[in-house]
Design a protein around this ligand. Structure first.
Ligand code: GLU
Ligand code: ZN
Length: 290
């Protein structure tokens, strides 16, 4: 473990209430933290100000405390504007970004999408020299290279970020920092050496590695992508689809121990649900990490 990067992080977005999928993610974060000797940071990822709500931010802390999780550091992206401006300036000086005035409609009409449905931006505005004006997005000049990394669970992976997302946005047209930029900037400056998150974010990794390098980070964080809990139809649980929330289950009378045990059973760590403390749940996941 590099002493400059002693943290791993649990990083929910306050765009809805936490649900069972978040419990599993938190268990993986805490299990990996114990196994590999990292400290846990809670980071509230409210970069998308159009969807973040104060009530959800408060609920994240309350729900985690109710389950029994504790954390050693906390941060919130809406307080990090100075950081994002400063790091963006590094990229501008290196001539690694450009402004883009493509509308959403035009972007979708003129670019292919990847298997996650994301735009693979082909660089329409790259040579136009548009000003970094308020209503323009800012895009990264993604290099056409293979990025190799070793996921702690999935093993060796290779990806060319140019093929996955093209010149991805760091700031959108309404001036919001994107997930990709905010998370890389924060992991870099908040001492995060281990990123533990769901497999649905696996295809963000190659672009995050090259972006971190462009910002001056000497070695990228380690990555561990964990499987997701799926609903009975095989679809992943999502806040946007109103998956039952932790708060809803608690209000219906369920105890934290019962909920933790059910999540561990759903994820395949137990043959059937039993009452589990948060610590027992973490140990269970830790012993079955790979
Ligand atoms: N905020 C992201 C989410 O809730 C997680 C980001 C990450 O772990 O890199 O899906
Ligand atoms: Zn454009």
């Amino acid at each position: 473990m590099n002493p400059d990067y002693p943290f791993t992080r649990f990083a929910p977005s306050p765009t809805g209430y936490l649900h069972r999928g978040h419990i599993l993610s938190a268990l993986y974060v805490y299990a990996a933290a114990e196994k590999f000797g990292y400290r846990v940071r809670l980071r509230i990822e409210d970069h998308d100000q159009s969807r973040a709500r104060k009530a959800y931010i408060d609920a994240i802390r309350e729900d985690l405390e109710w389950l029994g999780f504790t954390w050693e550091a906390e941060s919130i992206q809406s307080s990090n504007t100075e950081r994002y401006e400063r790091l963006l300036e590094i990229l501008r000086k290196k001539n690694l970004i450009y402004a883009c005035d493509c509308s959403r409609k035009f972007t979708f009409e003129t670019n292919p999408t990847n298997e996650d449905g994301e735009i693979i931006y082909q660089g329409h505005c790259k040579e136009l020299g548009l000003p970094f004006a308020k209503n323009h997005a800012i895009r990264f000049k993604t290099p056409d290279i293979s990025v190799n990394w070793e996921d702690l669970r999935l093993g060796k992976l290779t990806e060319n970020p140019k093929d996955i997302c093209g010149d991805f946005a760091l700031k959108d047209r309404i001036g919001q920092w994107t997930y990709q930029f905010a998370v890389v900037a924060d992991d870099f400056e908040e001492g995060v050496g281990l990123v533990v998150r769901g497999e649905d974010l696996k295809h963000s990794t190659s672009r995050q590695i090259i972006l971190a390098q462009a910002l001056g980070r000497k070695e990228p964080p380690l990555f561990l992508h964990h499987p997701l809990i799926v609903d009975p139809t095989g679809k992943k649980l999502s806040k946007r689809e109103h998956a039952e929330s932790i708060r809803g289950e608690r209000d219906a009378g369920k105890s934290a121990e019962a909920l933790l045990g059910e999540v561990c059973a759903q994820a395949g760590f137990l043959p059937k649900p039993e009452l589990l403390s948060v610590n027992d749940s973490i140990q269970l996941v830790k012993n079955r990490l790979f």
